[in-house]
Design a protein around this ligand. Structure first.
Ligand code: TYD
Ligand code: MG
Length: 447
């Protein structure tokens, strides 16, 4: 007979089911459902007792300007929307080894806050942390390291130390015995993170939570606490030791902010002039299949090279291989080119890459992607030293994009001309046909 109160919870997304299933119906991952007790113990109230809340009249609630603490790391401040808000919780996710601990140790050293930083580690010993801290010059009297995984023990230490900033590295190590002996289950992660962030909210202390992600999604990760934190930042690795930090959610700032770091001997260093960071150095002009895009990422413009390759489909059915641009976008642009520019793609396999390893998801890359695909299919190289930005509609028109001036300026600074939106400078009001645009761009090449 089935025990009551037993649920099967997906370790990838936290979805729960009454019975076991081989595949999670919510996120589609296989073999991620495992049995967990549905009703963790009743949460204890803290000894001080919780503040009871009453409803307030909206118009009478005073507006206090959000004060932010300077983390001492400009790139991190920017991704957070100008520093960290006291009492807010920020989740930092990423693959093991990407630099989460390094970044937070650096922030622990340089944050402008009054008091002690409590760095809670369930992963590494205090000696290991001290070694890293010395390496990056973060060994400081104002940082206390607590190697502890028991949530109640952590809360007691927080109560006695009264820190001004808390770092939990990582939420996957948090353990409450009432929820069983194994850390890293969905319930353990949710409960532990909730308890710590509750304390921090009550005491107006900012909190960083670290969460590991694995490619296979085989361990419960940041997804299970994303909804309860104020901001979610993800680390991604690009080529050449470049680390990108993206805000996926931010209650106190814009999303899609992007921080760019390089991993050096002494920790993560913000990249000063990233506009040309992803451009490829090569002798001579662009080969067919390449086009440069001025992408607007995190309130600045980066020039990146989109590369396309088309080969006759091996299986007779056209397939798209792209992991740095959504493959649905690639298929859509290929379809528009086929319908409106008279190029056949439906018998081709399409490969699309972005040089430098950055992932792109922005309306403006439609046009450079179309140029790259057109160039790959026709064998005509795109015109020299021009960058392209524009949205492409299903009807085969090029539409304007946000921030045309910023894109033009960034391109000009690096010696490029910008072809943006329907007009040359993006100010043109009318849509323009993609076919005409391409014909004009490649006219010189054909003759
Ligand atoms: P780490 O912060 O431990 O990653 P995470 O916490 O996300 O698992 O960083 C790990 C990698 O960074 C490790 O492979 C060593 C490298 N590293 C440097 O190159 N320079 C440094 O100064 C430090 C501290 C780490
Ligand atoms: Mg770590």
């Amino acid at each position: 007979m089935k025990k009551t109160g037993t649920r099967f919870v997906c370790s990838s997304c936290g979805h729960s089911e009454a019975k076991w299933l081989g595949r999670c119906p919510s996120c589609g991952e296989w073999n991620t459902l495992s049995e967990e007790s549905a009703s963790p113990r009743q949460r204890k109230k803290s000894s001080s007792g919780r503040i009871s809340h009453h409803a307030e009249t909206l118009s009478r609630i005073p507006e206090d300007a959000v004060q932010r603490l300077d983390t001492g790391i400009p790139e991190l401040n920017q991704v957070l929307g100008g520093g960290i808000v006291p009492g807010s919780s920020v989740l930092i996710g990423g693959q093991p080894g990407i630099g989460k601990s390094t970044l937070l140790l650096q922030a622990s050293r340089s944050i402008r806050c009054q008091g002690t930083v409590l760095y809670i580690s369930g992963e590494e010993s205090s000696r290991q942390i001290a070694m890293r801290a010395r390496r990056i010059g973060a060994a400081s009297d104002s940082i206390k390291v607590l190697c502890e995984t028991d949530v109640q023990g952590i809360l007691r230490q927080m109560e006695s130390i009264k820190p001004a900033l808390v770092v939990v590295d990582s939420i996957q190590t948090l353990l409450s015995e009432e929820l069983g002996p194994v850390p890293g289950t969905v319930n353990q992660i949710k409960y532990g993170s909730h308890e710590v962030s509750d304390w921090c909210k009550e005491h107006q202390v900012p909190l960083f939570l670290v969460a590991h992600v694995t490619k296979e999604g085989s361990i419960a990760g940041p997804k299970v606490v994303e909804h309860m934190v104020d901001a979610v930042l993800y680390f991604e690795e690009a080529e050449g030791g470049i680390r990108l930090l993206r805000a996926m959610k931010n209650r106190f700032g814009p999303v899609n902010e992007l921080g760019i770091f390089s991993m050096e001997d002494r920790g993560l260093i913000g990249v000063d002039n990233p506009a040309s960071l992803f451009l490829q150095n090569r002798e001579g002009g662009l080969p067919p299949g390449a086009a440069i895009a001025p992408v607007y990422e995190g309130s600045r413009v980066l020039l990146v090279e989109i590369q396309a390759l088309t080969v006759p489909a091996k299986s007779g059915v056209s397939r798209t291989f792209a992991d740095r641009i959504d493959s649905r976008r690639v298929s859509r642009i290929a379809a528009v080119l086929e319908k409106h520019a008279g190029l056949r793609f439906s018998d081709q396999d399409l490969y699309v890459n972005v040089a430098g390893g950055i992932r792109l998801d922005e309306v403006g890359i439609d046009l450079p992607l179309a140029v790259a695909l057109y160039s790959a299919r026709t064998g005509l190289a795109a015109p020299e030293r021009i960058v392209f930005a524009g949205e492409v509609s299903l009807a085969g028109e090029v539409r304007p994009v946000p921030q045309p001036e910023m894109r033009s300026k960034a391109a000009e600074k690096l010696g490029f001309t910008a072809h943006i939106g329907p007009g040359k400078d993006g100010r043109g009001k009318n849509m323009r046909s993609l076919k005409e645009t391409l014909a004009e761009l490649f006219a010189a090449k054909k003759s």
